[in-house]
Design a protein. Structure first.
Lengths: 287, 273
């Protein structure tokens, strides 16, 4: 094994070729197209930064990012916060007083929505929320157009996403809690600390790495969100649930504004890379 | 907290669990009701009998068997091919420690974080140019590369810890690199590889955006794409919509039950990354 390591390069060749064809070249083509006016057929016309200046003045574009912030709350912040409390309650309260079987059964039920393809979650809720025959209106006696009312649509999509995401942090945090030294809790109990004090001073700091991973992955997922929007609302009504990914899809495949769609996708890619970088920097600085 | 307090906590957690699984239950009981029963009894009543016409009609209407097969072929091919590529890469990066491995790993990681929107149009365009548009192969190739990017990242870390003595012993016995990989590294890493395989399968099954763009015809579409596109169509009535939801939900739950043990272990593996 002490020989030259050069021969190992051979094992990378298939992936690097495929990687070039599927990731690198398409990404560069996308960046290139963002500087052109192009309908998808014919020759793209170079227009420099026009698409980007147009973006800055496009109200739909800014609104779509505001909706993204709402989805980050619904997909990352809220599930992480509720997930922490649930995981801690299941782990050191239910698990100890009612047995680990009860705790794992509850965990499995919280996790169940996560096994669905996100588009299928959209199909389930699209039916539940249907204004005329949906189960939600039939059961509650309300007559709300959950996804068709511009004032309600984003909040409804956010609620569906909380339901969808919640199980992920619960499972990750419960796994993380298993490596916390039980003597911390025992010492705190001897001191007579309340459950909330233990939660804040032991549970949260001990599973900080897991909290970071969950927040990072869920924030990225929220920035990329496409499936639920496509299935539930198609960005509507009007512009009420438009997000950047769907906005770029719309420009690519329905409006034949490939150049403009590429600019949106490029900005989105940039934002995601920057967010990832910032998260990792913050994580590095943590003790 | 003692006495009634602890029951209150349990009660609250159980109520939340019921809320979480409520949509599944509602979908299941209403998919087997007739439209007449649905409109007279509403969604909460238990079905009078098993009315399967809605499900059967919907199955034929969307050619659900074809969709299942497409999803299966794509997911199975991607999971196997992506594991093979991940192993080859991780062998070079984790064990071979080739020069510049850190930058290669970062490249793979960035590829995994990039939004698919920033690749979508060129992929669509290139697929058309090479005649792969609207074929299952196009999705297989693209998803294999995307999944392998993540697999390489994870597996390189795992193989970085691989006991060197075993490989040195094998080299003394005259085993070449390929032989060491196939006969030693792969069998020893089998638990991790099977977790990866299952993950790639389920992730590919669940994929929506790229299959939506690359697959347009009835003969090639996957389950999530076909059902997602049909959602909200005019002709869908209440029981047909719940039949659609049920047909989408059942395979996902089946995978979950089959793979559950490996999965929960796998979620933890992903968390440590």
């Amino acid at each position: 094994m002490r020989g030259p390591t050069r021969g190992y390069w051979l094992y990378l060749v298939p992936s690097l070729l495929l990687f070039l064809a599927v990731i690198v070249v398409p990404f560069l083509m996308n960046v290139g197209a963002s500087f052109t006016r192009w309908s998808g057929v014919g020759t793209p016309r170079w227009i420099g930064f026009d698409n980007y200046t147009r973006l800055l003045g496009d109200e739909r574009f800014w609104e779509s990012f505001q909706h993204n912030v709402g989805l980050i709350v619904a997909m990352a912040v809220v599930p992480t916060a509720i997930g922490l409390v649930l995981a801690a309650a299941l782990f050191d309260y239910i698990g100890r007083r009612f047995g680990t079987r009860t705790a794992s059964a509850l965990r499995a039920m919280y996790y169940l929505p996560q096994v669905l393809p996100v588009a299928i979650a959209g199909v389930v809720w699209g039916w539940m929320l249907h204004p005329s025959y949906g189960a939600v209106n039939q059961i509650s006696g309300l007559e709300l157009d959950w996804l068709g009312d511009p004032d309600l649509a984003l909040a409804t999509v956010m609620a569906v996403m909380v339901w969808f995401q919640l199980g992920y942090p619960v499972v990750i945090f419960m796994a993380g809690l298993q490596r916390v030294d039980p003597s911390y809790y025992e010492a705190a109990e001897i001191d007579g600390a309340s459950w909330w004090r233990k939660f804040w001073h032991i549970t949260v700091p001990q599973i900080r790495p897991e909290i970071f991973v969950v927040l990072l992955t869920c924030t990225i997922a929220a920035l990329k969100v496409f499936g639920p929007i496509f299935v539930l609302t198609r960005g509507g009504p009007g512009n009420a649930t438009m997000v950047p990914s769907y906005f770029s899809y719309l420009n690519f495949f329905q409006k034949s504004n490939v150049g403009y769609g590429s600019a949106i996708a490029t900005v989105l890619a940039l934002i995601i890379v920057v967010v990832t970088f910032l998260f990792l920097r913050v994580q590095e600085r943590e003790p | 907290m003692r006495g009634p307090g602890r029951w209150a906590v349990l009660f609250a957690l159980v109520v939340l669990a019921v809320v979480m699984i409520f949509p599944f239950a509602i979908v299941a009981i209403n998919a087997v009701k007739s439209p007449a029963e649905y409109s007279s009894q509403g969604p909460l009543s238990l079905p009078d009998g098993l009315y399967l016409r809605g499900i059967v009609d919907f199955w034929h209407r969307v050619e659900f068997g074809t969709k299942l097969w497409n999803s299966f072929v794509i997911s199975a091919s991607v999971s196997v091919l992506a594991v093979v590529l991940s192993v080859l890469n991780a062998y070079a990066l984790g064990i071979g420690r080739v020069k510049g491995r850190l930058s290669i790993l970062v490249l793979f990681l960035v590829a995994n974080t990039l939004p698919q929107e920033s690749l979508a149009y060129p992929l669509y365009y290139l697929a058309k140019a090479v005649g792969l548009y609207d074929t299952r192969l196009s999705v297989i190739v693209v998803m294999t590369v995307i999944q392998a990017a993540f697999g390489t990242y994870l597996l390189s870390a795992v193989l970085g810890q691989f006991p060197k003595e075993i490989l040195e012993a094998a080299a003394i016995d005259g085993a070449g690199r390929l032989r060491s990989l196939v006969r030693i590294v792969v069998p020893i890493s089998r638990p991790t590889l099977s977790v990866l395989l299952i993950f790639f399968f389920i992730w590919t099954w669940n994929e929506f955006f790229l299959p939506l763009i690359l697959l347009i015809s009835n003969d090639t579409q996957t389950v999530p794409v076909a059902l997602g596109v049909l959602q909200g169509e005019r002709y869908m009535d209440a029981t047909m919509s719940s039949a659609s939801a049920l047909l989408g939900v059942v395979p996902a739950i089946a995978f979950f039950l089959i793979f559950q043990r490996t999965l929960t272990r796998g979620v933890t593996v992903g968390a440590i990354k």
